[in-house]
Ligand binder design. Structure first.
Ligand code: HAM
Length: 420
């Protein structure tokens, strides 16, 4: 009786060998850029105490109220698979007294996250982000550097058609004042609001600004502008961020409705969108979170960061064949007697940094040559019992078809001298 096959969970994806090289190329580009900006990698556990997110990200946010994978484990602890990384990285920053060791800490990560959202193109239940968190400076220079770093990664991998949306949501008091102003403005329109916006009105009013419903967008055109709630320090901070971005030649769109869906933000918020990937167009989001370290029990320390969705970046990037790995040499072995020589030769060539394959199915010469071509090999080395007897192998250049006899004891040197 045949058994049912077991499938992966909805909203999760296998990264198969025909795609994994694209992930590797993206990860390498990220690590190289992080190194140039002198950000150092931090890795945190896959799960944390649930309270870290309810306290850090905010009880009423979509992430905490609906999207977390949480459970009570056998020891009675409430645990959650991490849905974002700012709170875990901040937890680690506090726990390891990183602020006590250095006045600034510039950290980056590449990691898998979990949110129980409705899956669609560009939105998954397990997905990957790279991002940075920079602790210790409240000054606009670091805001500008963090934004420039995100743009540098995207430019470095050839992503175009991006737009950088920029706003400030001011100090925590500004957020409260603005929420009240927005609620006052929306009160006469409650009958016109969708069910989702009505729920948000009660619990997380600022999120109404994210609506995609056309008539709500129309109503919101006359909504109060968050600038009206900024303090003079908020204004000068924002103006300086803008002038530093101008100095670096980074263009941005002022977007007063950009408030972001997580509660920890203060002052600078930004998002980078791409026109190449459809409805889920946000590839990167971030901002300042000057109160978060304190909220999580640490000494007051300003912070700013961003995270970018790697699946969305890969959707927005052209399929780049140049990053595909290929085989340098395919060894075609014929006959039982040659096997020790084939494996020994493959090992020796691999130790010289060459990518080498040989047939493990004991197939015919024709089938092995077909395989060599399929693998995109530059050269085939052909060794049969006859070649072994005379101490020579055939080396075939698969792009030109040229074939030469090479003495077995000179084969390694010969292969090393060839262009790949
Ligand atoms: P976020 O806006 O929730 O921010 O996520 C950042 C990015 O992660 C999004 O712009 C998107 O590209 C990607 N993303 C989010 N959810 C999904 C999903 N379900 N499937 C695929 N991609 C997704 C944060 O996570 C903050 N921690 C960012 C931050 C860091 N702020 C300061 N520091």
């Amino acid at each position: 009786m045949s058994k049912n096959i077991i499938r992966s969970i909805k909203g999760t994806q296998d990264i198969l060998p025909d795609q994994s090289h694209r992930w590797q190329a993206l990860e390498t580009a990220i690590r190289n850029t992080m190194n140039r900006y002198r950000y150092k990698e931090i890795r945190t556990p896959a799960f944390e105490q649930t309270e870290l997110f309810s306290r850090g990200v905010g009880e009423e946010t979509d992430i905490v109220s609906k999207e977390m994978y949480s459970w009570r484990d056998k020891g009675g602890e409430n645990l959650t698979l991490k849905p974002e990384l700012t709170a875990p990285v901040t937890r680690a920053f506090i726990q390891h007294n990183m602020g006590g060791q250095s006045p600034t800490n510039k950290l980056y990560y590449i990691d898998a996250l979990f949110r129980r959202e409705r899956p669609q193109k560009g939105r998954y239940r397990q997905f990957h982000q790279f991002g940075v968190e920079a602790f210790g400076s409240e000054h606009p220079e670091i805001d500008a550097e963090v934004i420039a770093l995100a743009m540098a990664v995207f430019n470095g991998i050839g992503l175009s058609n991006l737009s950088l949306k920029l706003n400030s949501i001011g100090s925590p008091q500004c957020r409260v004042d603005y929420r009240n102003a927005l609620r006052d403005f929306l009160s006469p329109h409650l009958n016109d609001l969708s069910e989702t916006s009505l729920k948000r009105f009660e619990k997380n009013s600022l999120r109404i600004l994210d609506t995609k419903v056309p008539h709500e967008i129309e109503i919101l055109k006359d909504a109060p502008n968050i600038r009206e709630c900024w303090t003079s320090e908020d204004l000068s901070h924002f103006e300086e961020v803008c002038s530093l971005l101008d100095a670096m030649g980074i263009s941005y769109e002022l977007t007063p409705h950009l408030v972001r869906g997580l509660d920890y933000y203060t002052r600078t918020t930004f998002e980078i969108t791409s026109t190449a990937i459809g409805a889920q167009d946000s590839i990167c989001g971030g901002g300042r979170y000057d109160g978060l370290v304190e909220t999580l029990g640490g000494k007051p320390t300003p912070g700013i960061g961003f995270a970018a969705g790697m699946e969305r970046i890969l959707l927005a990037m052209d399929n780049d064949a140049s990053t595909t790995q290929h085989t340098h040499i395919y060894i075609v072995g014929l006959g039982d007697g040659v096997r020790p020589r084939v494996v020994q030769l493959a090992e020796a060539l691999r130790q010289n940094e060459l990518a080498v394959e040989f047939d493990v199915l004991r197939r015919s010469m024709k089938a092995q040559m077909r395989e060599a071509n399929k693998a995109g090999a530059d050269y085939a080395i052909i060794i049969g019992d006859k070649e072994l007897e005379v101490g020579q192998a055939e080396v075939k250049d698969l792009s030109t078809g040229d074939q030469n006899k090479v003495a077995l004891n000179q084969l390694i040197d010969h292969m090393n001298s060839l262009p790949f």
